[in-house]
Design a protein around this ligand. Structure first.
Ligand code: FAD
Length: 550
């Protein structure tokens, strides 16, 4: 890079700030200017729900760097409260508005990085602008919500949307003493997950007094007496609220790029190449504003996640400095914690595969303990693995549990990114002591279950056919478990009695076995198969049944 090269960056939070700092580490001579519309830069946005919930108690902890720190430590000029209003690509200049004075001015660039993020979706609903209705994107938004709580002492909150931010806020507003209702258009919480995997999370929220209104979209707002609000839903419900949070997802902030004639993809995100370069060789874009290649399906998609913004910012800085770094694409690996339960996922879900028109895959369900059952405190990790047949290549995984779900998803994320197969998971080596895991870690078990399917040792019965099948359903749990609850129409023949009673089973009919989590039914399947029975197993057993048929 030549001595006087000017790199301008639009947006000073995750992607913008990271890109600026990386650029400086690579090039001491560049002139680096960051323009940020808001009053703060380098905000730890992901911490905002926890500051609202008083888990994080000092606002200052959310500011990872200030303009002064950028100037002093990195010789980077940060102009907060400066909005970039246009890009003149012919002259390689941007137009900037100094928000305090209204002054408009221009700045030339040799390289321009767009990191403007994404904005909360605000559909044009009646009453949308009433006081007490908030969205959460910036530190300023969270200050407003905190002030509302402090000055109005609200008792009831309605959250529109049960995605990551909606659920984190449900927990944090509950923590602040509000009675929370979550209204979600889809019939499940956390729509990023497959519905049966979201089921335990939904039940967990309800045990923490969150009122879930699933399959019922927010349709409008009215003001009510005493400054409170009524939230109207599509089904005609009227929900009383003193505070409303809109958490209906985000949309890439691509207006500036679009107005400058840069290519925008079909998803609405800015289209970039593997080096985060837009269709203009002098302009890069990173973070929530861009669309990314899905590593599993190869399709363009949006993936507004902090880790991706940081990785992309590093690639863009490298590319501007002439390095060959490349962004590999995204699996959208994400986690969400609510009231002590974690849901995490990586790669494809069945929903996303169906959307992409992909039907050639296999699924394994299991519910192992997060650590050895004999060591106190073990809790189940509900795990779903999706993989190709016959190769066993990993396509995606989802995990929900009170402990260890995110740890397994991180491992599976790395494995997926490296193109690993379920046979690699069988052989994977993990650290183990009873309080951390099991000699066969849930990830090993997932690999073994999937590999058993691919080798023909374990023939799965399709859960989707449960109601239609002509097969005989056999519950191999103990009689007291069967008596407590079972799948309608099932016969009880416990594994403990199977070896002396197996001749009671028909040989001319397919038998579908299940137990609590899939382990005993696998043992029973292996025995019956060797005795010549036509037998399959309902993977994940009764616990999967509950997710699928709540
Ligand atoms: P941002 O960090 O949003 O920064 C964009 C900045 O650009 C903004 O400050 C904006 O004011 C500025 N800007 C826009 N246009 C202009 C302009 N024309 N001129 C000047 N400035 C402009 N992700 C996770 O992976 N895990 C989490 O737990 C998580 N939690 C989250 C919680 C909340 C409440 C929110 C809102 C997001 C969360 N995210 C999380 C998402 C994560 O914060 C984003 O993926 C990340 O911040 C994106 O970085 P970015 O640089 O693209 O955009």
């Amino acid at each position: 890079m030549s001595d006087s090269k000017r790199v301008l960056i639009v947006g000073g939070v995750a992607g913008g700030a990271t890109c600026a700092a990386r650029l400086r580490r690579l090039d001491e001579n560049a002139r680096i200017l960051v323009f940020e519309r808001g009053p703060h830069v380098s905000v730890a946005t992901c911490g905002l729900p926890y500051w609202i919930g008083d888990v994080i108690q000092e606002e200052g902890k959310l500011l990872q760097a200030t303009p002064e720190v950028f100037a002093r430590n990195f010789n980077i000029e940060v102009r907060a409260a400066h909005e970039v209003t246009a890009i003149d690509r012919t002259r390689a200049e941007i137009e900037v508005r100094e928000l305090d004075s209204g002054r408009l001015y221009r700045e030339p660039y040799d390289a321009l990085v767009l990191a403007p993020g994404a904005m909360p979706i605000r559909p044009a609903l009646p009453g949308m602008d009433l006081p007490g209705i908030f969205a959460l994107r910036s530190l300023t938004d969270s200050q407003r919500i905190r002030e509302w709580i402090a000055s109005r002492a609200p008792r009831r909150a309605v959250i529109a949307g049960a995605g990551f931010i909606g659920l984190e806020m449900a927990e944090n507003l509950t923590r602040r003493g509000l009675k929370v209702t979550v209204a979600e258009a889809l019939p499940q919480v956390l729509p990023a997950l497959d519905p049966e995997m979201a089921e335990p999370l939904g039940r967990h929220l309800e045990t923490h007094r969150v009122d879930l209104r699933l399959g019922d979209a927010v349709a409008g707002f009215e003001s009510a007496s005493g400054g409170s609000l009524v939230v109207l839903t599509a089904s005609g419900q009227r929900l009383a609220a003193d505070l409303v949070l809109l958490a209906m997802g985000v949309r890439p902030e691509a207006r500036l790029a679009e107005a400058a004639g840069l290519e925008i993809g079909t998803t609405g995100g800015i289209r970039v190449d593997e080096q985060m370069r837009t269709c203009d060789p002098k302009i890069w874009a990173v973070g929530d504003a861009v669309e990314v290649r899905d590593l599993v399906t190869g399709a363009w998609r949006l993936a507004p996640l902090a880790g991706l913004a940081h990785r992309q910012a590093r690639v863009a800085a490298d590319a501007i400095c002439g390095r060959s770094s490349r962004f590999r694409g995204a699996q959208a690996t994400a986690a969400c914690g609510v009231f002590g339960m974690t849901a995490a996922l990586t790669g494809a879900t069945e929903k996303s595969l169906r959307c992409a028109g992909i039907s050639a895959y296999e699924v394994a369900y299991l519910h192992p303990g997060d650590h050895a059952g004999y060591y106190p405190g073990a809790t189940p990790v509900h795990l779903k693995l999706i993989f190709t047949r016959p190769e066993g290549r990993l396509l995606g995984a989802q995990a929900v549990g009170e402990q260890g779900a995110e740890k397994r998803i991180d491992v599976l994320s790395m494995a997926t990114q490296q193109g690993a197969t379920v046979f690699d998971l069988e052989q994977a080596e993990f650290c183990y002591a009873p309080q951390f895991g099991s000699a066969k870690d849930p990830v090993n078990l997932a690999g073994m279950t999937a590999a058993n399917i691919l080798r023909g040792d374990l023939e799965p019965a399709p859960w989707s056919q449960l109601r239609r099948a002509g097969a005989l359903l056999v519950d191999v749990r103990e009689p007291h478990e069967f008596a407590a609850d079972h799948i309608e129409g099932a016969l009880n023949l416990p594994l403990s009695q199977l070896r002396r009673r197996f001749e009671e089973l028909p040989r001319d009919r397919e038998i579908w076995l299940y137990c609590e989590v899939g382990q005993r039914s696998y043992y029973a399947l292996r025995f019956l198969k060797q005795k010549g029975f036509n037998v399959r197993s309902l993977l994940g057993g009764y616990q999967t049944y509950w997710g699928l048929y709540p």
